[in-house]
Write a protein that binds this ligand. Structure first.
Ligand code: NAD
Length: 295
C-alpha cells in the first residue's frame, strides 16, 4: 500500500513557476493569487495597456489589504515582484503550468494554446480558465492533450474559494494531480469534474440567470429582484448585480453556449435583457455600466 502511495506522489509534477495568458479580470486575479501564495508567475498579454491593467488589479487588491491593516509594505512589494509581465512568448519557456485566460473565443483560445505548446517544455502543464468552452474541443488544438485540462477560477479570484478542475477525455491523472496540488498551494479549494456544458457551477447558475431574464420579460423590476435575493433571501448579491460582476458580454456568451449544449432546458428567449444590454455595449462593471451604473 505505502509503495503505491509513494509512486503516486512521485508522479505529481512539482510546479514551481506558473504563467497566465491574458491579463484581464481573471488573468490579473490569477496572477495576484499565485504571487501572494509565494508562487512566481509570468503574465502575458498582447499589449502593455492590458498588462498594466492586470498589474493594477493586483496592486488594488493589495492596496485594499493595506488599508485594512492586513498587508504590509514588504508583502505588497514581494507579491508585485513575483509577477513578471511580458509580451514575449519566449518568457514562458520555463513555466511548469500555464493558465490560459484570454477572451472567451474558441478560435482565439485554440491558436493561443498551440502557441503556448510550441514554447513550453514537453512536460509543462497547460490549462484553460474557460467558463463554457468544451475542454475536449480545446484539447484538439494541442499535440499532447494528456497534459491539458480546465482550471476554472471564479470572479473575483482573490475572494472565491473554488476552482473547478475539468478533466478532458485525454487528460492524464498526473496532470489532474499536479493541478489539484497547485490549486491547493494557491490557497483555493479544488473540485475535479468531467467535461460537460457549464461544468458544475455554471450548470447550476445559468438556469438561475435564465429564470431571472424570464421574470424581467414578464415585467419584474431587476432592482426589486436583486433586493429580494440579497436582502431577504440572504445571498451575497442578486442576479443583476452578479451579472454585472461577471460581465454582460461573458454572461451573454455563456448563456448561448449553455443553450447550444442543453437546448431542451437552456434555449434563449427573445429579447433576453442580458442580450439587450450587450447590444447597447453595457458590459457591466468592466466598463462602468450594465444593469446598474458604476462611477
Ligand atoms: P477580459 O476581457 O477581462 O481579459 C481578456 C484578456 O485577454 C485581455 O487583457 C486581452 O488583451 C487578452 N488577450 C486577448 N487575446 C490574447 C492573446 N492572443 N494572448 C494573450 N492575451 C490575449 O476577460 P476575462 O473576464 O478575464 O475572461 C478571461 C477568461 O476567463 C475567459 O475565458 C472567461 O470565460 C473566463 N472566466 C471569466 C470569468 C468572469 O467572471 N469574467 C469567470 C471565470 C472564467
Amino acid at each position: 500500500k505505502s509503495k503505491g502511495k509513494k509512486q503516486a506522489k512521485a508522479a505529481t509534477k512539482d510546479v514551481k513557476l506558473n504563467a497566465v495568458l491574458g491579463a484581464g479580470i481573471m488573468g490579473g486575479g490569477i496572477a495576484y493569487q499565485s504571487a501572494v501564495k509565494g508562487m512566481p508567475v509570468i503574465m502575458k498579454d498582447i499589449n502593455t495597456d492590458a498588462l498594466d491593467l492586470g498589474l493594477n488589479e493586483a496592486a488594488n487588491i493589495l492596496g485594499k489589504g493595506m488599508q485594512r491593516g492586513k498587508v504590509d509594505a514588504k508583502t505588497m512589494a514581494k507579491t508585485l515582484n513575483a509577477i513578471t509581465p511580458t509580451l514575449d512568448y519566449n518568457t514562458l519557456k520555463d513555466a511548469d503550468l500555464v493558465i490560459e485566460a484570454v477572451v472567451e473565443n474558441p478560435k482565439v483560445k485554440g491558436i493561443v494554446l498551440k502557441e503556448v505548446e510550441d514554447v513550453v517544455a514537453d512536460d509543462a502543464i497547460i490549462c484553460s480558465n474557460t467558463s463554457t468552452i468544451s475542454i475536449n474541443q480545446l484539447a484538439k488544438s494541442l499535440d499532447k492533450p494528456e497534459r491539458f485540462c480546465g482550471m476554472h477560477f471564479f470572479n473575483p479570484v482573490h475572494r472565491m474559494p473554488l476552482v473547478e478542475i475539468i478533466r478532458g477525455e485525454n487528460t492524464s491523472e498526473d496532470t489532474i494531480n499536479a493541478v489539484v496540488a497547485t490549486t491547493l498551494r494557491m490557497g483555493k479549494t479544488p473540485i475535479v469534474v468531467n467535461d460537460c456544458p457549464g461544468f458544475l457551477v455554471n450548470r447550476v447558475l445559468f438556469p438561475y440567470f435564465a429564470g431571472f431574464s424570464k421574470l424581467l420579460i414578464d415585467g419584474a423590476d431587476f432592482v426589486a429582484v436583486d433586493k429580494v435575493m440579497e436582502k431577504q433571501f440572504g445571498w451575497p448579491m442578486g442576479p443583476a448585480y452578479l451579472m454585472d460582476v461577471v460581465g454582460i458580454d461573458t454572461g451573454d456568451h455563456a448563456a448561448d453556449v449553455m443553450a447550444a449544449g442543453i437546448p431542451e432546458r437552456m434555449a434563449r428567449i427573445g429579447d433576453d435583457p442580458v442580450t439587450v444590454l450587450y447590444k447597447e455595449k453595457r458590459l457591466g462593471q468592466k466598463n462602468g455600466k450594465g444593469f446598474y451604473n458604476y462611477g
